[in-house]
Design a binder for this molecule. Sequence first.
Ligand SMILES: Nc1nc2c(c(=O)[nH]1)N[C@H]1C(S)=C(S)[C@@H](COP(=O)(O)OP(=O)(O)OC[C@H]3O[C@@H](n4cnc5c(=O)[nH]c(N)nc54)[C@H](O)[C@@H]3O)O[C@H]1N2
Ligand SMILES: Nc1nc2c(c(=O)[nH]1)N[C@H]1C(S)=C(S)[C@@H](COP(=O)(O)OP(=O)(O)OC[C@H]3O[C@@H](n4cnc5c(=O)[nH]c(N)nc54)[C@H](O)[C@@H]3O)O[C@H]1N2
Ligand code: SF4
Ligand SMILES: [Mo]
Length: 748
Amino acid sequence: MARVPKGDLEVLGRFGPHLSFPEGDRLDRGVEPDRVVKTHCCFCGQQCGIQLKVKDNRIIGFEPWEDFPFNHGLLCPKGVRRYLQGSHPDRLLRALVRDEAAEGGFREAGYDEAIRLAAQGIARIQQEHGPDAFAVLTGASLTNEKAYLMGKFARVCLRTSNIDYNGRLCMVSAAAGNKKAFGIDRAANPWSDILDAEIVWISGANVAECAPITTDYVWQARERGAKVVVVDPRMTPIARTADLYLPVRPGRDVALFNGILHLMIESGWVDRAFVEQHTTGFDEVAAHVREWTPRRTAEVTGIAEKAIRQAAEWWGTAKRSFLLHARGIEHSSHGVQNVLGAINIVLASGRIGRAGCGYATITGQGNGQGGREHGQKCDQLPGARDLADPKAREHVAKVWGVPPDSFPAPGVDAYEIFRRVEQGGVRGLLSICFNPVVSLPDSDFVRRMLEKLDFYVAIDFFLSETARHADLVLPGSLQEEDEGTVTQVEGRVIRIRRAVDPPGEAREDWRVIQDLAKALGREKGFTFTSPREIFEELRRASAGGIADYAGITWEKIERQHGVFWPCPSEEHAGTPRLFEPGSWNPVARGNGPFYFPDGRARFNVARYAPPTEDPDAEYPLFLTSGRVVSQYLSGTQTRRIGPLVEQYPEPRIEMHPRLAERLGIADGDWATAETRRGSCTLRAQVVRTIRPDTVFIPYHWAGPKSVNRMTISAQDPISKIPEYKACAVRVRKAEGPPSYVREREAQQ
Ligand SMILES: Nc1nc2c(c(=O)[nH]1)N[C@H]1C(S)=C(S)[C@@H](COP(=O)(O)OP(=O)(O)OC[C@H]3O[C@@H](n4cnc5c(=O)[nH]c(N)nc54)[C@H](O)[C@@H]3O)O[C@H]1N2
Ligand SMILES: Nc1nc2c(c(=O)[nH]1)N[C@H]1C(S)=C(S)[C@@H](COP(=O)(O)OP(=O)(O)OC[C@H]3O[C@@H](n4cnc5c(=O)[nH]c(N)nc54)[C@H](O)[C@@H]3O)O[C@H]1N2
Ligand code: SF4
Ligand SMILES: [Mo]
């Protein structure tokens, strides 16, 4: 089928790129709300508590929620503006059906008709080509209940093995590394432990812009005397306040961790008693890091030897410490190795499982944690169970009332699903909460694959750039239009409270899914009447698994301001700090604190390899990508919030003055970045806070402004995360603005 979205789209809806609200950005000025709802921010994994003010089924403002123990009322610029998204005129109120003759390529359709058409399309593909020919892509901004329902829907209703989620682009390297080393995948500590650390080590995390509330914890620790070490090719705001900043060359973190461990061993800073009693594999790792002398580490990482020694000494000699990392080390074709390298220096220090001694990856999406636990990953069943494990299948099949052998086999990762479209194995797709045209690497390929699909249904509340390729768009729900639970960065399960009803013919996502199951004639198991009922089943399905929610009730969440999993019974208060001696552990059963039968953590040899595509004579620079504080992910939401757009209206190419001078580029000039996959012409931002061999572009924009036209689709062999943080690029001064800007100017 020919599809409308050809060429360079700057998709911001029918109302133009930059919408300012007629009412100004404080809709609540002088208006008394009908009620105030205590809930959480819809954006990042910090999941700050917030109170939404509601008037006439509309969110008109917010108030801080000071009692919520994580953020104590603090909010970042996105949290403060989030309430503006729901009243945007682009909010989908009715289903859309592709119609080439209609304006914009879609006609509006009634909800029931759209559900019927969706079910017919799915059934046709599965009848003609088998169950696996229809794939499902989901997201970690969904609540636990929805994530759980999507996994069940794929396995029980569609019986397709092809389901995966956008956490594949986010959390999977950390998850794989944590499982290998600890047997469990969750922040090891509550954030309050950061406050007591003597050293806070931050690798590849732009804390102040991407986890703004964590900055407060780091700074409080610093005020109590902690040293802060930051490793990043860019001197981000948190790095500017660090005691030591290590400007690593992109893609080299494992070399740094190995070099630090080398110095810890050489200087006698390893906690031998802890290693002996609680770990395995140290000797092999020690032998491996012997070659990582400070000199070699300095050569590979581009960090001065003196700075490496200083970092090792502070880390090696501290009594309490906290190591944090995020996508800067995980978005790599050796992301799992980087994570294992980080964990090795934590285990060698012996500082884990105690107050003030911690380790965590900073989760990304709103439900980055819970979204990766309850079965929307291609190889997973609820409770972080393994789909290939016969015992796991048996347990979950019993809860679901289906035979265990009815489950499909483990499927493939989100990017591989698109490769299967190319090969013809996948012909249909349902996506919810995922905008792959903007967020997957080498997006030209992704766009072509969407066009190749025989039938594509998207569920979203805005017509995302990806949904524009759909045959059918079903209007789902915003976070504030539904209730449920999410699991925030610390592993604390919290409640999302409903503030308003979905408008028009939009429906709560879980209703849409259940209506589809019904229209497919397979509604057994999909007759829940509320998210709470789904949660009750999730509790049973997760019971006995590692991510055990069996003892979590909505009332307990209310009483305790959240419950940390694992929580095996209603009497159990939850587990804020993992790996404490004597804490509940169904795997080790008293043998030790880690989640293996022998109770011991694993050292793993962390091998260094350069990025898949390193700079060369033709493409001499590193391209890295990430975020800015005022925009969120693929931008569908924050690019529709006027004040956030004003704060950072478009992506710029960040480069060092020395590089800019060499290229003849001044701040604000148009510059073209080009890789082997594609190019972008954007304004240059000349800053001293980046390595001169590296350029950075934030990724929240679509079409000609999308950095993912240029990124590489290389993936980590274990986690399958894409290598967003390093590829080779060349940059030149552009002759003038790109065509979309010229056209816009001509229209004005
Ligand atoms: N404002 C805002 N906040 C967000 C989000 C958002 O879109 N906007 N998204 C949320 C989500 S889903 C996520 S995953 C998190 C991401 O949070 P972060 O991981 O903190 O953010 P990124 O900008 O992706 O990358 C972090 C840093 O990695 C650095 N980096 C690049 N290459 C390397 C490298 O080779 N080594 C090291 N050590 N560092 C490197 C970059 O310069 C960047 O400063 O943020 C969450 N919070
Ligand atoms: N170059 C580069 N690319 C990157 C990254 C990078 O650092 N650099 N970071 C990667 C990372 S860490 C991530 S997490 C991904 C994220 O990438 P995406 O999955 O594209 O993330 P979102 O922008 O959240 O897209 C989610 C879509 O679902 C919709 N949505 C959000 N919440 C809901 C909901 O509750 N219900 C429904 N029905 N729809 C919803 C939104 O409107 C949006 O259209 O991007 C990745 N892409
Ligand atoms: S830090 Fe994250 S959760 Fe908190 S207000 Fe900002 S975007 Fe929302
Ligand atoms: Mo993410």
